[in-house]
Ligand binder design. Structure first.
Ligand code: ADE
Ligand code: ZN
Ligand code: ZN
Length: 271
C-alpha cells in the first residue's frame, strides 16, 4: 500500500491494542504522540531504497506462482525463496521483536517491519507474481497513465478518501473501526483472527496471504490480464475494488492489533 493505506492500518491497530501493548510500542518507538504507530508505518518503504536496506526490498511481497484468474493460491515452499519473502519476514521480525537481548535499534526496526508487513500482506498484488505483482500491467486511472499495482496501492484509496495526509488516514481509520465495532463487520471481525498464532508466524502469515491472494482471481483480474491491460479503471472496476480495499485495510489493522497484543502477552509469559 501507499502512505494512506499503511497509516490507516496503523491507526486502526492503535484503536484496538491493549494499554500494555500501547506502552510497549511507545517505549520501543520512543513516541507517545497520538500517531505512534502511524508515524513509523511507511519507514520500511524508505529503508528499502537505501544501500543498507536494499536487502529488505523482496520482503514486501510473496510472488505466488499461481494461475489467475483460474486458480489463486499461495504455497510457502514454492513461492518464498531463500532470500525471504513477506511471510518469512513477518515470522522473523516477530521473533526478533520478542528477543529482549537484541539492541534497542534492532528491536525498533523489527517493530516497524511488523507494522508495515502486516499491512502489505493484505494487498492482493503483494501476494501475487503476475507481471511483477501487476507493476508490469499498464492501465490508466482518472486519465493518468500508471500500472495495476499502483492503483491498488494508492490511487483507488486516495480517490475514495480525497487525500493521503495523516489526518485523512485518521479519519478513514475511524470509519473502518466503527464498521468493525458496530457496523457491517461486527459479526465477522472475530473470524478474522482465525489461525492467528504468534508462536507460528509462518502459518499465521500464510492464512493472511492466502486470504488476500484469493481476491486476485475474484476482483483484481477476474477476466485475466487482457481485461485490464491498457484500460481506464476509474469506473466499474473501481466500484468493485473499493469494498475489497476497505475490507483488506480493516482486516490488516484488526489483525495487527491482535498480533501486537499476542506478542506482548507472550513476553509477559517469559518474564
Ligand atoms: N516485485 C516483485 N514482485 C512484487 C510484488 N508482488 N509486489 C511488489 N513488488 C514486487
Ligand atoms: Zn505495493
Ligand atoms: Zn511495502
Amino acid at each position: 500500500w501507499g502512505t494512506l493505506g499503511h497509516d490507516t492500518v496503523a491507526f486502526i491497530a492503535q484503536s484496538f491494542i491493549s494499554n500494555s501493548t500501547a506502552a510497549f510500542a511507545q517505549g520501543i518507538l520512543n513516541d507517545t504522540s497520538s500517531a505512534f504507530l502511524a508515524n513509523v508505518a511507511t519507514w520500511a518503504d524508505s529503508y528499502r531504497y537505501t544501500t543498507e536496506g536494499a536487502f529488505s526490498a523482496p520482503l514486501h511481497y510473496i510472488d505466488a506462482l499461481d494461475s489467475p484468474p483460474e486458480s489463486c493460491n499461495v504455497d510457502y515452499d514454492r513461492d518464498c525463496p531463500e532470500e525471504g519473502c513477506i511471510v518469512s519476514a513477518i515470522a522473523n521480525y516477530t521473533t526478533r521483536l520478542q528477543t529482549t537481548n537484541l539492541s534497542a535499534t534492532e528491536r525498533q526496526k523489527a517493530l516497524k517491519w511488523v507494522i508495515h508487513f502486516l499491512g502489505d500482506i493484505h494487498q492482493p498484488l503483494h501476494v501475487e507474481n503476475l507481471e511483477i505483482g501487476g507493476n508490469g500491467i499498464n492501465v490508466t486511472f482518472d486519465g493518468t497513465a500508471t500500472n495495476l499495482h499502483h492503483i491498488w496501492d494508492s490511487n483507488m484509496a486516495e480517490k475514495l478518501i480525497g487525500g493521503y495526509s495523516l489526518e485523512d488516514a485518521r479519519t478513514w481509520a475511524g470509519e473502518l473501526v466503527q464498521e468493525i465495532e458496530t457496523g457491517k463487520w461486527k459479526n465477522q471481525s472475530a473470524g478474522w483472527l482465525t489461525g492467528l498464532d504468534v508462536r507460528n508466524g509462518v502459518d499465521s502469515a500464510m492464512v493472511w496471504a492466502t486470504d488476500a491472494n484469493s481476491y486476485v482471481c475474484t476482483t483484481v483480474i477476474p477476466q485475466g490480464e487482457a481485461g485490464v491491460e491498457g484500460k481506464e479503471l476509474d469506473g466499474a472496476y473501481y466500484d468493485a475494488a473499493i469494498p475489497v480495499i476497505q475490507l483488506q485495510i480493516a482486516k490488516a489493522g484488526y489483525r495487527l492489533a491482535a498480533w501486537l497484543d499476542a506478542i506482548v502477552e507472550a513476553e509477559k509469559g517469559v518474564e
